[in-house]
Design a protein. Structure first.
Length: 293
């Protein structure tokens, strides 16, 4: 009887040992999981400069017209896209409207009728920009699932930071950011010019990139293709890519295997890109772009 109880005692001992190890390792694992968030949350105080080279205040030319442009399909009938942005723009419009009003910009929030049902909704950004390009000096496109996270920063300071001067009529025509996959079509600036009109027309005509998948629509791939195939001279004259993605197209950092892998193996890119949500509430809307991280 005593001999039979030994294996049980041995099993019980192993279980207790594993439990003790788990109790020791669990707090350590939780601490390690929070370290990236703590690091990125303190990124600016640790030396990251998302807005380099821009003065605190710029004297704005009252003749300069800037408009923020966005749209969402809102489940528009006839759209074959699998992703719907129903309710997204309604949730973010107040944030955009308050920012535009505070700085004297026009907000162009287009209805579902502006979406071309023959393509995924995100392609209609090209049509929206083309339709309003001649009405303003600069258009600032942002996807419907974006929020202004620092409303104190005007668009002019962002443009100055990228371009290097405040003569926005004598400037490159397209201002973008890059993420892990290259240039990003979620948030960008485009200037009124003949070059911009031709670029938007060429972008729309990249029909071979159109996709009706659950996560890909092809407009970003088409943009990357066009940028990659510009000559060095045209790139220098017409396009600027911000050195810091967090300048105006920051992403929220959420702990996943992919984000952890990027943090470990692509720290410089992660450092330039991410923004940490404060508080308990976390906004997850599709790609979850945030401005002004």
């Amino acid at each position: 009887m005593a001999e039979r109880s030994r294996p049980r005692r041995a099993v019980d001992h192993r279980h207790r040992l594993r439990l003790r190890r788990l109790l020791v390792l669990l707090p350590l694992a939780l601490l390690l999981s929070q370290l990236p968030a703590l690091l990125l949350r303190r990124a600016n105080s640790l030396g990251r400069r998302c807005l380099p080279g821009a003065p605190d205040r710029l004297v704005r030319d009252p003749r300069l017209s800037l408009a923020i442009v966005t749209l969402a399909d809102e489940g528009a009938s006839g759209s074959r896209a699998r992703r719907s942005f129903r309710g997204v723009l309604a949730a973010t419009a107040r944030n955009k409207r308050a920012y535009a009003a505070a700085h004297g910009y026009r907000l162009v929030a287009l209805p579902a009728s502006a979406v071309d049902p023959r393509r995924p909704p995100s392609w209609s950004k090209v049509l929206a920009l083309r339709a309003h390009l001649r009405r303003h000096h600069w258009l600032f496109w942002n996807d419907a699932d974006t929020l202004v996270t620092n409303p104190e920063i005007p668009l002019e300071r962002i443009l100055f930071s990228v371009i290097g001067h405040s003569d926005f009529d004598d400037s490159p025509d397209l201002v973008l950011t890059e993420d892990f996959g290259g240039v990003n079509a979620g948030v960008f600036f485009i200037r009124r010019s003949k070059w911009s009109e031709r670029f938007l027309d060429t972008w729309w005509n990249q029909t071979s990139f159109v996709q009706f998948s659950s996560t890909k629509s092809g407009d970003n791939a088409a943009l990357k293709h066009l940028i990659d195939h510009l000559s060095a001279e045209e790139m220098q004259a017409h396009v600027r890519i911000a050195k810091m993605q967090c300048l105006f197209n920051s992403y929220p950092w959420v702990l996943t295997w992919k984000s952890a892998h990027r943090l470990i193996f692509h720290l410089p890119t992660t450092w330039k890109a991410y923004w940490i949500f404060r508080g308990l509430f976390r906004w997850r809307l599709h790609d979850s772009f945030c401005w002004f991280g």
